[in-house]
Design a protein around this ligand. Sequence first.
Ligand SMILES: *[C@@H]1O[C@H](CO)[C@@H](O)[C@H](O)[C@H]1NC(C)=O
Ligand SMILES: *[C@@H]1O[C@H](CO)[C@@H](O)[C@H](O)[C@H]1NC(C)=O
Ligand SMILES: *[C@@H]1O[C@H](CO)[C@@H](O)[C@H](O)[C@H]1NC(C)=O
Ligand SMILES: *[C@@H]1O[C@H](CO)[C@@H](O)[C@H](O)[C@H]1NC(C)=O
Ligand SMILES: *[C@@H]1O[C@H](CO)[C@@H](O)[C@H](O)[C@H]1NC(C)=O
Ligand SMILES: *[C@@H]1O[C@H](CO)[C@@H](O)[C@H](O)[C@H]1NC(C)=O
Ligand SMILES: *[C@@H]1O[C@H](CO)[C@@H](O)[C@H](O)[C@H]1NC(C)=O
Ligand SMILES: *[C@@H]1O[C@H](CO)[C@@H](O)[C@H](O)[C@H]1NC(C)=O
Length: 348
Amino acid sequence: MGTTSSALLMLFAFLFIERIEFCCSSTNSNVSCIANEREALIEFRGKLKDDANRLSTWVGKGCCLWKGVGCSRKTGHVMKLDLCNPIPFDSYKGDFIQHSANFDKNRLRGEISPSLIVLNHLSYIDLSMNNFSDMQFPEFLGSLKSLRYLDLSWSQFFSGMIPHHLGNLSRLQYLNLSNNALVGSIPDTLGRLISLTVLDLSFNDFDNSMLHCLSNLSSLVHMDISSNNFNSLILDALGRSTALTFLDLSDNNFHNSMLLYSLCNLTGLLHLDLGFDSLNGSILYCFGKLHSISVLKLDYNSFQGPIPSEIGNMTQLTELHFTRNKFKGEIPNSMWWNLCNLCVLDLS
Ligand SMILES: *[C@@H]1O[C@H](CO)[C@@H](O)[C@H](O)[C@H]1NC(C)=O
Ligand SMILES: *[C@@H]1O[C@H](CO)[C@@H](O)[C@H](O)[C@H]1NC(C)=O
Ligand SMILES: *[C@@H]1O[C@H](CO)[C@@H](O)[C@H](O)[C@H]1NC(C)=O
Ligand SMILES: *[C@@H]1O[C@H](CO)[C@@H](O)[C@H](O)[C@H]1NC(C)=O
Ligand SMILES: *[C@@H]1O[C@H](CO)[C@@H](O)[C@H](O)[C@H]1NC(C)=O
Ligand SMILES: *[C@@H]1O[C@H](CO)[C@@H](O)[C@H](O)[C@H]1NC(C)=O
Ligand SMILES: *[C@@H]1O[C@H](CO)[C@@H](O)[C@H](O)[C@H]1NC(C)=O
Ligand SMILES: *[C@@H]1O[C@H](CO)[C@@H](O)[C@H](O)[C@H]1NC(C)=O
Protein backbone atom coordinates (compact mmCIF):
# COMPACT_ATOMS: atom_id res chain seq x y z
CA MET A 1 0.00 0.00 0.00
CA GLY A 2 2.86 2.37 0.81
CA THR A 3 4.28 1.67 -2.57
CA THR A 4 0.94 2.36 -4.14
CA SER A 5 0.60 5.79 -2.58
CA SER A 6 4.11 6.87 -3.46
CA ALA A 7 3.55 5.52 -6.95
CA LEU A 8 0.47 7.72 -7.18
CA LEU A 9 2.44 10.77 -6.17
CA MET A 10 5.08 9.92 -8.73
CA LEU A 11 2.31 9.80 -11.26
CA PHE A 12 1.37 13.37 -10.40
CA ALA A 13 4.97 14.42 -10.81
CA PHE A 14 5.03 12.80 -14.22
CA LEU A 15 1.74 14.10 -15.54
CA PHE A 16 3.31 17.18 -16.98
CA ILE A 17 6.10 15.20 -18.52
CA GLU A 18 3.62 12.73 -19.97
CA ARG A 19 1.83 15.60 -21.70
CA ILE A 20 5.00 16.31 -23.60
CA GLU A 21 4.91 12.74 -24.82
CA PHE A 22 1.41 13.14 -26.16
CA CYS A 23 2.05 16.37 -27.93
CA CYS A 24 4.83 14.91 -29.99
CA SER A 25 3.81 11.36 -30.57
CA SER A 26 5.13 10.70 -34.05
CA THR A 27 2.18 8.59 -35.17
CA ASN A 28 -0.02 11.69 -35.19
CA SER A 29 2.44 13.80 -37.05
CA ASN A 30 1.93 14.85 -40.63
CA VAL A 31 5.02 17.00 -40.59
CA SER A 32 7.74 15.19 -42.45
CA CYS A 33 10.88 16.71 -40.98
CA ILE A 34 12.99 19.83 -40.85
CA ALA A 35 16.00 19.29 -43.08
CA ASN A 36 18.87 20.28 -40.78
CA GLU A 37 17.33 18.32 -37.93
CA ARG A 38 17.16 15.25 -40.16
CA GLU A 39 20.84 15.68 -41.01
CA ALA A 40 21.70 15.93 -37.34
CA LEU A 41 19.84 12.68 -36.69
CA ILE A 42 21.57 10.94 -39.56
CA GLU A 43 24.94 12.02 -38.22
CA PHE A 44 23.87 10.80 -34.77
CA ARG A 45 22.89 7.45 -36.21
CA GLY A 46 26.23 7.21 -38.01
CA LYS A 47 28.10 7.16 -34.71
CA LEU A 48 25.99 4.31 -33.33
CA LYS A 49 26.48 0.59 -33.70
CA ASP A 50 23.06 -0.94 -33.99
CA ASP A 51 23.45 -4.73 -33.79
CA ALA A 52 19.72 -5.43 -33.65
CA ASN A 53 18.93 -3.07 -36.50
CA ARG A 54 16.61 -1.05 -34.28
CA LEU A 55 16.98 2.04 -36.42
CA SER A 56 15.97 0.37 -39.68
CA THR A 57 13.10 2.85 -40.09
CA TRP A 58 15.57 5.73 -40.13
CA VAL A 59 15.49 6.16 -43.90
CA GLY A 60 13.83 8.66 -46.19
CA LYS A 61 12.91 12.26 -45.55
CA GLY A 62 10.16 11.95 -42.96
CA CYS A 63 12.29 11.78 -39.83
CA CYS A 64 9.24 12.48 -37.68
CA LEU A 65 8.01 9.00 -38.58
CA TRP A 66 11.26 7.30 -37.65
CA LYS A 67 11.04 4.95 -34.71
CA GLY A 68 11.89 6.73 -31.47
CA VAL A 69 11.63 10.22 -32.95
CA GLY A 70 8.77 12.54 -32.08
CA CYS A 71 8.03 15.96 -33.54
CA SER A 72 5.80 18.82 -32.61
CA ARG A 73 2.61 18.70 -34.66
CA LYS A 74 2.58 22.47 -34.84
CA THR A 75 6.14 23.34 -35.68
CA GLY A 76 7.62 20.09 -36.96
CA HIS A 77 10.64 20.41 -34.68
CA VAL A 78 12.00 17.20 -33.18
CA MET A 79 10.97 17.20 -29.52
CA LYS A 80 11.48 13.65 -28.43
CA LEU A 81 14.16 11.02 -28.79
CA ASP A 82 13.24 7.73 -27.14
CA LEU A 83 15.80 5.05 -27.84
CA CYS A 84 15.56 3.13 -24.62
CA ASN A 85 16.41 -0.53 -25.07
CA PRO A 86 13.02 -2.21 -25.73
CA ILE A 87 14.12 -5.54 -24.24
CA PRO A 88 13.83 -5.73 -20.45
CA PHE A 89 16.80 -7.34 -18.73
CA ASP A 90 15.90 -10.71 -17.34
CA SER A 91 16.35 -10.99 -13.63
CA TYR A 92 18.58 -10.58 -10.66
CA LYS A 93 20.63 -13.57 -9.62
CA GLY A 94 21.98 -12.72 -6.19
CA ASP A 95 23.58 -9.33 -6.67
CA PHE A 96 24.11 -9.82 -10.36
CA ILE A 97 21.78 -8.88 -13.11
CA GLN A 98 21.37 -11.40 -15.79
CA HIS A 99 21.15 -9.95 -19.24
CA SER A 100 19.52 -11.97 -21.89
CA ALA A 101 21.47 -12.20 -25.10
CA ASN A 102 18.62 -10.35 -26.72
CA PHE A 103 18.94 -7.47 -24.25
CA ASP A 104 22.64 -7.09 -25.00
CA LYS A 105 22.04 -7.28 -28.73
CA ASN A 106 19.49 -4.50 -28.50
CA ARG A 107 21.86 -2.14 -26.74
CA LEU A 108 22.93 0.61 -29.06
CA ARG A 109 26.70 1.08 -28.81
CA GLY A 110 29.21 3.69 -29.84
CA GLU A 111 28.95 7.40 -29.21
CA ILE A 112 26.28 9.99 -28.75
CA SER A 113 27.08 12.47 -31.47
CA PRO A 114 27.19 16.16 -30.51
CA SER A 115 25.32 16.77 -33.77
CA LEU A 116 22.21 16.55 -31.61
CA ILE A 117 22.97 20.08 -30.46
CA VAL A 118 21.06 21.23 -33.55
CA LEU A 119 17.85 19.78 -32.07
CA ASN A 120 17.32 22.69 -29.74
CA HIS A 121 13.62 21.96 -29.27
CA LEU A 122 14.27 18.55 -27.77
CA SER A 123 12.42 18.22 -24.51
CA TYR A 124 12.62 14.47 -23.96
CA ILE A 125 15.64 12.17 -24.24
CA ASP A 126 15.65 8.55 -23.15
CA LEU A 127 18.80 6.63 -24.07
CA SER A 128 18.69 4.23 -21.14
CA MET A 129 19.82 0.58 -21.20
CA ASN A 130 22.29 1.07 -24.03
CA ASN A 131 26.08 0.83 -23.99
CA PHE A 132 28.10 4.01 -24.35
CA SER A 133 31.24 2.59 -22.81
CA ASP A 134 33.28 4.20 -25.58
CA MET A 135 32.58 7.72 -24.41
CA GLN A 136 32.48 10.10 -21.49
CA PHE A 137 29.37 11.75 -20.23
CA PRO A 138 28.27 14.03 -23.10
CA GLU A 139 28.85 17.63 -22.13
CA PHE A 140 26.87 19.12 -24.98
CA LEU A 141 23.60 17.95 -23.44
CA GLY A 142 23.85 21.01 -21.19
CA SER A 143 23.12 23.16 -24.23
CA LEU A 144 19.75 21.58 -24.99
CA LYS A 145 17.87 24.27 -23.11
CA SER A 146 14.39 22.85 -23.76
CA LEU A 147 15.09 19.52 -22.08
CA ARG A 148 12.60 18.48 -19.42
CA TYR A 149 13.23 14.75 -19.30
CA LEU A 150 16.66 13.12 -19.44
CA ASP A 151 17.15 9.40 -18.84
CA LEU A 152 20.69 8.09 -19.32
CA SER A 153 20.42 5.26 -16.79
CA TRP A 154 22.32 2.02 -17.51
CA SER A 155 24.46 3.65 -20.18
CA GLN A 156 27.85 2.41 -19.01
CA PHE A 157 29.66 5.62 -19.76
CA PHE A 158 33.35 4.92 -20.04
CA SER A 159 34.22 7.28 -17.28
CA GLY A 160 33.12 10.22 -15.71
CA MET A 161 32.12 13.09 -13.83
CA ILE A 162 28.88 14.92 -14.46
CA PRO A 163 29.80 17.99 -16.49
CA HIS A 164 29.06 21.41 -15.03
CA HIS A 165 27.13 22.24 -18.16
CA LEU A 166 24.19 20.13 -17.08
CA GLY A 167 23.34 22.93 -14.66
CA ASN A 168 22.20 25.01 -17.63
CA LEU A 169 19.06 22.90 -18.04
CA SER A 170 16.79 25.09 -15.97
CA ARG A 171 13.63 23.41 -17.30
CA LEU A 172 14.71 19.88 -16.47
CA GLN A 173 12.11 18.02 -14.41
CA TYR A 174 13.35 14.44 -14.59
CA LEU A 175 16.99 13.36 -14.39
CA ASN A 176 17.94 9.71 -14.17
CA LEU A 177 21.63 8.80 -14.22
CA SER A 178 21.39 5.62 -12.18
CA ASN A 179 23.67 2.61 -12.79
CA ASN A 180 26.54 4.33 -14.57
CA ALA A 181 29.70 4.11 -12.45
CA LEU A 182 29.92 7.91 -12.49
CA VAL A 183 32.51 9.24 -10.04
CA GLY A 184 33.65 12.32 -8.19
CA SER A 185 31.50 14.98 -6.73
CA ILE A 186 28.25 16.38 -8.00
CA PRO A 187 28.87 19.75 -9.64
CA ASP A 188 27.48 22.72 -7.71
CA THR A 189 25.72 23.82 -10.85
CA LEU A 190 23.11 21.10 -10.31
CA GLY A 191 21.73 23.53 -7.74
CA ARG A 192 20.47 25.55 -10.70
CA LEU A 193 18.10 22.78 -11.85
CA ILE A 194 15.26 24.52 -10.09
CA SER A 195 12.47 22.67 -11.96
CA LEU A 196 13.70 19.22 -11.00
CA THR A 197 11.04 16.99 -9.46
CA VAL A 198 12.72 13.60 -9.90
CA LEU A 199 16.44 12.95 -9.34
CA ASP A 200 17.89 9.45 -9.50
CA LEU A 201 21.66 9.10 -9.05
CA SER A 202 21.59 5.62 -7.52
CA PHE A 203 24.25 2.97 -8.18
CA ASN A 204 27.20 5.18 -9.05
CA ASP A 205 30.43 6.05 -7.28
CA PHE A 206 29.79 9.61 -6.28
CA ASP A 207 31.47 10.74 -3.11
CA ASN A 208 30.90 13.53 -0.63
CA SER A 209 30.54 17.20 -1.31
CA MET A 210 27.15 17.16 -2.88
CA LEU A 211 27.32 20.41 -1.02
CA HIS A 212 24.61 22.84 -0.42
CA CYS A 213 23.60 23.09 -4.03
CA LEU A 214 20.77 20.69 -3.32
CA SER A 215 19.13 23.12 -0.96
CA ASN A 216 17.95 25.05 -4.00
CA LEU A 217 15.95 22.12 -5.35
CA SER A 218 12.71 22.97 -3.66
CA SER A 219 10.51 21.20 -6.24
CA LEU A 220 12.07 17.77 -5.68
CA VAL A 221 9.45 15.12 -5.03
CA HIS A 222 11.48 11.97 -5.59
CA MET A 223 15.16 11.57 -4.83
CA ASP A 224 17.22 8.40 -4.95
CA ILE A 225 20.95 8.59 -4.27
CA SER A 226 21.30 5.08 -2.87
CA SER A 227 24.43 2.98 -3.38
CA ASN A 228 27.07 5.67 -3.63
CA ASN A 229 29.76 6.93 -1.29
CA PHE A 230 28.06 10.04 -0.03
CA ASN A 231 28.85 11.10 3.51
CA SER A 232 27.53 13.68 5.85
CA LEU A 233 27.69 16.82 3.79
CA ILE A 234 24.59 16.19 1.80
CA LEU A 235 22.22 15.82 4.67
CA ASP A 236 21.94 19.31 6.03
CA ALA A 237 21.19 20.53 2.53
CA LEU A 238 18.01 18.51 2.35
CA GLY A 239 15.99 20.23 5.05
CA ARG A 240 14.54 22.75 2.61
CA SER A 241 13.35 20.24 0.01
CA THR A 242 10.02 20.05 1.75
CA ALA A 243 8.14 18.75 -1.31
CA LEU A 244 9.98 15.40 -1.04
CA THR A 245 7.79 12.35 -0.67
CA PHE A 246 10.31 9.66 -1.63
CA LEU A 247 13.86 9.70 -0.31
CA ASP A 248 16.29 6.82 -0.66
CA LEU A 249 19.69 7.44 0.97
CA SER A 250 20.53 3.79 1.60
CA ASP A 251 23.91 2.15 1.14
CA ASN A 252 26.08 5.24 1.66
CA ASN A 253 28.49 6.27 4.41
CA PHE A 254 26.71 8.75 6.62
CA HIS A 255 27.92 7.37 10.01
CA ASN A 256 26.49 9.87 12.45
CA SER A 257 22.76 9.89 13.13
CA MET A 258 22.82 13.47 14.44
CA LEU A 259 23.18 14.48 10.82
CA LEU A 260 19.65 13.31 10.23
CA TYR A 261 18.12 16.29 12.02
CA SER A 262 17.30 18.14 8.83
CA LEU A 263 15.22 15.16 7.64
CA CYS A 264 12.71 15.92 10.39
CA ASN A 265 11.74 18.95 8.35
CA LEU A 266 10.47 16.75 5.54
CA THR A 267 7.03 16.19 6.96
CA GLY A 268 5.51 15.15 3.63
CA LEU A 269 7.75 12.07 3.33
CA LEU A 270 5.98 8.83 2.46
CA HIS A 271 9.04 6.66 1.92
CA LEU A 272 12.38 7.01 3.71
CA ASP A 273 15.20 4.50 3.31
CA LEU A 274 18.33 4.86 5.46
CA GLY A 275 19.35 1.19 5.36
CA PHE A 276 23.01 0.13 5.11
CA ASP A 277 24.32 3.61 6.04
CA SER A 278 26.68 2.89 8.97
CA LEU A 279 24.51 5.08 11.19
CA ASN A 280 25.07 4.91 14.95
CA GLY A 281 23.64 6.70 17.95
CA SER A 282 19.95 6.70 18.72
CA ILE A 283 16.93 7.31 16.53
CA LEU A 284 16.00 10.94 16.66
CA TYR A 285 12.93 11.81 18.66
CA CYS A 286 12.02 14.37 16.03
CA PHE A 287 11.23 11.54 13.60
CA GLY A 288 7.82 11.69 15.28
CA LYS A 289 7.16 14.71 13.06
CA LEU A 290 7.02 12.47 9.98
CA HIS A 291 3.29 11.95 10.35
CA SER A 292 2.57 10.83 6.78
CA ILE A 293 5.32 8.30 6.40
CA SER A 294 4.32 4.90 5.10
CA VAL A 295 7.62 3.08 4.62
CA LEU A 296 10.58 3.53 7.00
CA LYS A 297 13.75 1.50 6.59
CA LEU A 298 16.59 1.81 9.08
CA ASP A 299 17.94 -1.72 8.70
CA TYR A 300 21.63 -2.71 8.79
CA ASN A 301 22.93 0.19 10.87
CA SER A 302 24.22 0.49 14.42
CA PHE A 303 21.38 2.38 16.02
CA GLN A 304 21.42 1.93 19.80
CA GLY A 305 19.30 2.52 22.83
CA PRO A 306 15.54 2.30 23.13
CA ILE A 307 13.12 2.74 20.27
CA PRO A 308 11.61 6.17 20.99
CA SER A 309 7.88 6.19 21.69
CA GLU A 310 7.49 8.92 19.04
CA ILE A 311 7.57 6.14 16.43
CA GLY A 312 3.95 5.73 17.52
CA ASN A 313 3.21 9.09 15.89
CA MET A 314 3.72 7.55 12.47
CA THR A 315 0.18 6.28 12.22
CA GLN A 316 0.30 5.78 8.45
CA LEU A 317 3.21 3.30 8.62
CA THR A 318 2.72 0.18 6.57
CA GLU A 319 6.34 -1.04 6.63
CA LEU A 320 8.93 -0.69 9.36
CA HIS A 321 12.37 -2.26 8.93
CA PHE A 322 14.71 -2.25 11.94
CA THR A 323 16.65 -5.43 11.11
CA ARG A 324 20.27 -5.68 12.30
CA ASN A 325 20.72 -2.83 14.74
CA LYS A 326 21.65 -2.63 18.40
CA PHE A 327 18.38 -1.52 19.93
CA LYS A 328 17.76 -2.37 23.58
CA GLY A 329 14.75 -2.27 25.83
CA GLU A 330 11.07 -2.64 25.21
CA ILE A 331 8.92 -1.97 22.22
CA PRO A 332 7.05 1.20 23.18
CA ASN A 333 3.34 0.83 23.86
CA SER A 334 2.58 3.67 21.45
CA MET A 335 3.74 1.42 18.62
CA TRP A 336 1.33 -1.35 19.56
CA TRP A 337 -1.59 1.04 19.92
CA ASN A 338 -1.12 3.45 17.06
CA LEU A 339 0.42 1.62 14.12
CA CYS A 340 -2.82 0.12 12.87
CA ASN A 341 -1.81 0.06 9.21
CA LEU A 342 1.40 -1.87 9.68
CA CYS A 343 1.76 -4.82 7.33
CA VAL A 344 5.50 -5.45 7.58
CA LEU A 345 7.42 -5.22 10.85
CA ASP A 346 10.97 -6.55 10.88
CA LEU A 347 12.82 -6.32 14.20
CA SER A 348 15.18 -9.25 13.68
C1 LIG B 1 -1.06 18.84 -40.30
O1 LIG B 1 -2.41 18.42 -40.38
C2 LIG B 1 -3.30 19.33 -39.77
C3 LIG B 1 -4.71 18.72 -39.78
O2 LIG B 1 -4.80 17.68 -40.69
C4 LIG B 1 -3.27 20.67 -40.52
O3 LIG B 1 -4.14 21.58 -39.90
C5 LIG B 1 -1.84 21.20 -40.46
O4 LIG B 1 -1.75 22.38 -41.23
C6 LIG B 1 -0.87 20.17 -41.02
N1 LIG B 1 0.48 20.66 -40.82
C7 LIG B 1 1.38 20.68 -41.80
C8 LIG B 1 2.69 21.28 -41.46
O5 LIG B 1 1.19 20.21 -42.88
C1 LIG C 1 29.80 -2.47 -24.62
O1 LIG C 1 30.46 -2.11 -25.80
C2 LIG C 1 31.86 -2.36 -25.77
C3 LIG C 1 32.52 -1.79 -27.02
O2 LIG C 1 31.62 -1.30 -27.94
C4 LIG C 1 32.08 -3.86 -25.67
O3 LIG C 1 33.46 -4.14 -25.61
C5 LIG C 1 31.41 -4.36 -24.40
O4 LIG C 1 31.50 -5.76 -24.32
C6 LIG C 1 29.94 -3.96 -24.37
N1 LIG C 1 29.37 -4.32 -23.08
C7 LIG C 1 28.22 -4.93 -22.96
C8 LIG C 1 27.80 -5.28 -21.57
O5 LIG C 1 27.52 -5.21 -23.91
C1 LIG D 1 15.87 5.28 -13.24
O1 LIG D 1 16.31 4.28 -14.10
C2 LIG D 1 16.37 2.98 -13.53
C3 LIG D 1 17.01 2.06 -14.54
O2 LIG D 1 16.59 2.33 -15.82
C4 LIG D 1 14.97 2.56 -13.14
O3 LIG D 1 14.99 1.29 -12.56
C5 LIG D 1 14.44 3.58 -12.14
O4 LIG D 1 13.10 3.29 -11.81
C6 LIG D 1 14.50 5.00 -12.70
N1 LIG D 1 14.21 5.93 -11.63
C7 LIG D 1 13.12 6.70 -11.61
C8 LIG D 1 12.96 7.59 -10.43
O5 LIG D 1 12.30 6.73 -12.52
C1 LIG E 1 26.62 26.26 -19.51
O1 LIG E 1 27.33 26.09 -18.31
C2 LIG E 1 28.74 26.19 -18.41
C3 LIG E 1 29.39 25.78 -17.11
O2 LIG E 1 28.52 25.86 -16.00
C4 LIG E 1 29.09 27.58 -18.85
O3 LIG E 1 30.48 27.75 -18.93
C5 LIG E 1 28.46 27.83 -20.20
O4 LIG E 1 28.68 29.12 -20.64
C6 LIG E 1 26.97 27.56 -20.20
N1 LIG E 1 26.50 27.53 -21.58
C7 LIG E 1 25.40 28.11 -21.98
C8 LIG E 1 25.05 27.96 -23.42
O5 LIG E 1 24.69 28.77 -21.24
C1 LIG F 1 20.51 28.72 -6.11
O1 LIG F 1 19.88 29.27 -7.24
C2 LIG F 1 20.22 30.60 -7.49
C3 LIG F 1 19.35 31.10 -8.60
O2 LIG F 1 19.31 30.22 -9.67
C4 LIG F 1 21.71 30.68 -7.82
O3 LIG F 1 22.08 31.98 -8.07
C5 LIG F 1 22.50 30.11 -6.63
O4 LIG F 1 23.86 30.07 -6.97
C6 LIG F 1 22.02 28.72 -6.28
N1 LIG F 1 22.63 28.29 -5.07
C7 LIG F 1 23.26 27.13 -4.96
C8 LIG F 1 23.84 26.81 -3.62
O5 LIG F 1 23.36 26.35 -5.89
C1 LIG G 1 13.61 23.57 8.01
O1 LIG G 1 12.80 24.34 7.17
C2 LIG G 1 12.80 25.70 7.47
C3 LIG G 1 11.75 26.39 6.64
O2 LIG G 1 11.79 25.96 5.31
C4 LIG G 1 14.19 26.26 7.23
O3 LIG G 1 14.24 27.63 7.54
C5 LIG G 1 15.18 25.51 8.11
O4 LIG G 1 16.50 25.92 7.83
C6 LIG G 1 15.05 24.02 7.88
N1 LIG G 1 15.86 23.30 8.84
C7 LIG G 1 16.81 22.45 8.48
C8 LIG G 1 17.51 21.75 9.61
O5 LIG G 1 17.10 22.26 7.35
C1 LIG H 1 29.38 7.10 15.71
O1 LIG H 1 30.36 6.99 14.68
C2 LIG H 1 31.23 8.11 14.64
C3 LIG H 1 32.09 7.96 13.38
O2 LIG H 1 32.51 6.65 13.19
C4 LIG H 1 32.04 8.15 15.93
O3 LIG H 1 32.90 9.25 15.89
C5 LIG H 1 31.08 8.27 17.10
O4 LIG H 1 31.78 8.23 18.31
C6 LIG H 1 30.04 7.15 17.07
N1 LIG H 1 29.04 7.43 18.10
C7 LIG H 1 28.54 6.47 18.88
C8 LIG H 1 27.47 6.91 19.84
O5 LIG H 1 28.91 5.33 18.82
C1 LIG I 1 3.78 12.93 18.82
O1 LIG I 1 2.40 12.95 19.10
C2 LIG I 1 2.09 13.52 20.37
C3 LIG I 1 0.62 13.33 20.62
O2 LIG I 1 -0.13 13.50 19.47
C4 LIG I 1 2.49 15.00 20.32
O3 LIG I 1 2.22 15.59 21.57
C5 LIG I 1 3.97 15.11 20.04
O4 LIG I 1 4.36 16.44 19.87
C6 LIG I 1 4.32 14.35 18.78
N1 LIG I 1 5.76 14.31 18.64
C7 LIG I 1 6.40 14.83 17.61
C8 LIG I 1 7.89 14.73 17.61
O5 LIG I 1 5.82 15.33 16.65
